[in-house]
Design a protein around this ligand. Structure first.
Ligand code: FAD
Length: 291
């Protein structure tokens, strides 16, 4: 099923994101995780591409397994920076042959000290290219706290171009203050960006993770959350518990506010994802009906 159609049938679409195992390890290492995550009945599971030292063809392999063995809807992430048209076409062909219907079209981070020479400079170039094929529902990324390369206004302007190029829905960068998401949504409405906006939520489960989050995307940590992190930083179990509850509270607030989708950055942690979904068991039952 195309993800763009899921939004027509559900009040809030609940999805998970996983990443392929590092190439030092066999791809099968992720299969048990997928089996367990599938039991939680997500509307779809997305698989990252090329990030963190993983091989890119694993995204194709893993989405194939999710779709055709686990029988769960899936979305393949695909980045375009530095890619050739041939390599993009080869990946699209593989995905199509496997029956994959959804792609998160991304630019990717520009490699340091490397001049890129590609037909694809921005995600919108990739969106236009995939759109020509006509087989896929296309998602794109957005940044409630603004993408680090641009100021607020420019980033929004570029987002509008990306949507007008054929993006069906947008998935957000992680954030810890829901107000940032709501304010961003208001701005998109003023610009007539009228596609579903999905909130990306990262359950923080250890102190080191926060340092990494800062390096990767510079997300703002609200005072309330920083206090929790500082208080429990030397008690891993308490910190994990607090991180799960913080993420749960964010999700409940988002659902109550009518968010189109919640995308959980699972970090391949089944027990954390399971606990969050247990926390919203009845809330989730209530959002199943069609709009
Ligand atoms: P774009 O939409 O192209 O935007 C990038 C920057 O360029 C922005 O500052 C934008 O304002 C600007 N811009 C856009 N168009 C123009 C234009 N025409 N002229 C001038 N400036 C322009 N990375 C991975 O490597 N693998 C993954 O699997 C992955 N998954 C992700 C999933 C989500 C939900 C998110 C939010 C990010 C993900 N990323 C992933 C990270 C992403 O690749 C980086 O954030 C990257 O820096 C930007 O990608 P983008 O698709 O948002 O780029």
């Amino acid at each position: 099923m195309k993800i763009k159609d899921l939004f027509k049938n559900k009040n809030t679409v609940i999805s998970f994101e996983i990443f392929p195992p590092n190439k030092k390890f066999p791809v099968e290492n992720i299969y048990k995780t997928i089996d367990e995550l599938s039991k939680l009945n997500p509307d779809y599971i997305s698989v990252t591409y090329g990030a963190g030292g993983t091989t890119q063809d694993r995204t194709v392999e893993i989405t194939n397994r999710i779709k055709n063995i686990n029988k769960i809807e899936t979305m393949a992430h695909l980045t375009c920076i530095g890619a050739t048209e041939e390599s993009i076409n080869a990946t699209l062909k593989q995905l199509k042959n496997n029956g994959i219907k959804n792609i998160l079209a991304l630019r990717g981070d520009i490699p340091r000290d490397q001049i890129h020479d590609s037909k694809f400079s921005y995600a919108s170039d990739l969106v236009k290219h995939i759109k020509k094929d006509g087989s896929f529902s296309i998602g794109g990324a957005f940044y409630p706290e603004v993408h680090f390369e641009n100021n607020d206004l420019l980033d929004l302007f570029h987002l509008k171009t990306k949507v007008d190029s054929g993006t069906d829905f947008l998935v957000s960068q992680l954030f810890f203050d829901n107000e940032d998401f709501y304010k961003f949504k208001e701005k998109t409405q003023k610009l007539n960006i009228n596609v579903p906006l999905v909130a990306g939520i990262l359950p923080v489960t250890n102190y080191k993770q926060i340092q990494k989050v800062r390096e990767l995307c510079n997300a703002k940590i609200p005072r309330k959350f920083q206090t929790i992190l500082d208080k429990f930083k030397d008690d891993p179990k308490a910190l994990e518990e607090a991180g799960i509850i913080y993420a749960t509270e964010q999700i409940i607030d988002l659902i109550a506010s009518g968010v189109d989708g919640v995308h959980i950055y699972t970090m391949n942690k089944v027990h954390v994802t399971r606990k969050i979904l247990e926390n919203i068991k009845y809330i989730r039952e209530g959002i199943k009906e069609a709009k």
